[in-house]
Design a protein around this ligand. Structure first.
Ligand SMILES: Cc1ncc(COP(=O)(O)O)c(C=O)c1O
Length: 404
C-alpha cells in the first residue's frame, strides 16, 4: 500500500485514466475551436463537444440541448440563481433555499438579498434533511425559485429531491438542485425528480477540474436564463466563452464511465463505509454519526469523536488525506455551519471528521485508516483532561470552570 492515502473525495477526485486518455488528443493535435464553423479543425472540436454533451445528458436523463457548459458548479449555481432572478423578476422576488447549502448557493443568495430579493433559508432536521412540507409552506405568490441541494458535501445526507420537485411543479415554481455531490454517485433523473435546473461538476466524478454544467430544462416548462457574461453567445446565449474542448471531452468520458460502474462502485464503497463505521464505533466509545443513517451518499462517512479536536486528529494522521468539520476556512476556526444547523453542539462539531471514499480506494487502505483512527483517537483521549474527568464519572455539564 502506498502512502499518503487519499480519502477526501468530496473535495475532489483524480482524473480516471480512461478520461485522461480521451482528453489528450484535444490539447495539441485536435486543438480547434468548437465555434469555428468554416474548417475541419472546428468541426472536429464541435463533434467532440457534442458527443460529450450526449454522454453527460444520458447520465442524468436529459436532452443534450439542455446541457450548458460552465467552469464548474460554483458558476452553475451562480448562473441558475442570478439568471432566474434577472429573467423572472417581473413575476416575483422570492427564493427558497436551505441553511446547509454550499457557499456557492448561500453567498449568491446573500448577494441577491442585497439587490432586494427576499430569501427564505429553511432549517434542516437533526439528520440534515430538508422537510418537503417546510418547502411547501414557504412558497408564496412571489416565489420564483427553490434551490435545494441533492446531497450535502459534508454529511452526505440526501434530500427528498423528487418530493420537492413535485411540490415545485404543483405550485408553478422553478426548482434548482445543486447535485454536485450526487451526479455519478447515485442515480439522478431530472425528469423523475422534477428538476428544472441542476448544477454539477466534472472534478468530483473523476473528470478534470475547470469544467461543469448547468442542466436547463427545455420544455414543461422552458426555463429562460439571463447570462452572467456578455460575449459571443455560445451555449445558446446562456454562457459566452470559448469551450474548453479537452476538459469537456474528459467530463463526457467520466460521465459515461460513471453510468457504467455506478451500481457496482456504490455497493463496494458503501461496504467499505459500513466497515469503517461499525469497526470504529464498536472499538471506540462516544463516536457519533453525523447525517442521515440511510439516506446518505454511499461513499460518505462523517463522524464526531467526543473529547478529540478534529484538527488534532488530522494532524496526528498526516499520511491520510481527510477533512475536518472545522476546516480552517476562517481565521476563527468556526465549526461547520452544516453541523451547527443540525443541532450538533460546538464540541461535537469541532470533533468531526469527513471520510470521502473514492473509486481508487482499496480495502487495504480502508483497514489502514480504521487502525490509524482508532490508535490516534485513543492517544489523544489519553492526553485529554476532559476525557479523564468524564471517565471518573464527572458530568462535564455541571462543572464550574471559573477560577475565583
Ligand atoms: C455541493 C457543492 N456545490 C458546489 C461546489 C463547487 O464546485 P466547483 O468546485 O466545481 O466550483 C461544490 C464543491 O465543493 C459542492 O460540494
Amino acid at each position: 500500500m502506498k502512502l499518503p492515502v487519499y480519502m477526501d473525495s468530496h473535495s475532489t477526485t483524480p482524473v480516471d485514466p480512461r478520461a485522461l486518455e480521451a482528453m489528450l488528443p484535444y490539447f495539441a493535435e485536435k486543438f480547434g475551436n468548437a465555434a469555428s464553423r468554416n474548417h475541419s479543425f472546428g468541426w472536429e472540436a464541435e463533434q467532440a463537444v457534442e458527443s460529450a454533451r450526449a454522454q453527460i445528458a444520458r447520465l442524468i436523463h436529459a436532452d443534450p440541448k439542455e446541457i450548458v457548459f460552465t467552469s464548474g458548479a460554483t458558476e452553475s449555481d451562480n448562473l441558475a440563481l442570478k439568471g432566474v432572478v434577472e429573467m423572472y423578476r417581473e413575476k416575483g422576488d422570492h427564493l427558497i433555499t436551505a441553511v446547509t447549502e454550499h457557499r456557492a448557493v448561500l453567498d449568491t443568495a446573500r448577494r441577491l438579498e442585497k439587490q432586494g430579493i427576499q430569501v427564505t433559508y429553511l432549517p434542516v432536521g437533526e439528520d440534515g434533511r430538508v422537510d418537503p412540507d417546510a418547502v411547501r409552506e414557504a412558497i408564496t405568490e412571489r416565489t420564483i425559485l427553490i434551490s435545494i441541494m441533492l446531497a450535502n458535501n459534508e454529511i452526505g445526507t440526501i434530500n427528498p429531491a423528487a418530493e420537492i420537485g413535485r411540490i415545485a411543479k404543483e405550485r408553478g415554481v422553478l426548482f434548482h438542485c445543486d447535485a454536485t455531490q450526487g451526479v455519478g454517485k447515485i442515480p439522478v433523473d431530472v425528469e423523475a425528480m422534477g428538476i428544472d435546473l441542476m448544477s454539477f461538476t466534472s472534478h468530483k466524478m473523476y473528470g478534470p477540474k475547470g469544467v461543469g454544467a448547468l442542466y436547463v430544462r427545455k420544455k414543461n416548462p422552458r426555463v429562460r436564463l439571463a447570462p452572467l457574461f456578455d460575449g459571443g453567445g455560445h451555449e445558446r446565449g446562456m454562457r459566452s466563452g470559448t469551450l474548453p474542448v479537452p476538459l469537456i471531452v474528459g467530463f463526457g468520458k467520466a460521465c459515461e464511465i460513471a453510468g457504467a460502474v455506478m451500481t457496482e462502485e456504490s455497493a463496494r464503497l458503501a461496504r467499505f463505509r459500513d466497515k469503517m463505521l461499525h469497526t470504529i464505533m464498536e472499538t471506540l466509545g462516544e463516536v457519533y454519526l453525523n447525517g442521515h443513517p440511510t439516506e446518505r451518499l454511499p461513499h460518505n462517512l462523517n463522524l464526531s469523536f467526543a473529547y478529540v479536536e478534529g484538527e488534532s486528529l488530522l494532524m496526528g494522521m498526516k499520511e491520510i488525506a481527510l477533512s475536518s468539520g472545522s476546516a480552517c476556512t476562517s481565521a476563527s476556526l468556526e465549526p461547520s455551519y452544516v453541523l451547527k444547523a443540525m443541532g450538533r453542539g460546538a464540541d461535537l462539531a469541532h470533533s468531526s471528521i469527513r471520510f470521502g471514499l473514492g473509486r481508487f480506494n482499496t480495502e487495504e487502505e480502508v483497514d489502514y485508516v480504521i487502525g490509524r483512527v482508532i490508535e490516534t483517537v485513543r492517544r489523544l483521549r489519553e492526553m485529554s483532561p476532559l476525557y479523564e474527568m468524564a471517565r471518573e464519572g464527572i458530568d462535564l455539564k455541571t462543572v464550574n470552570w471559573k477560577v475565583d
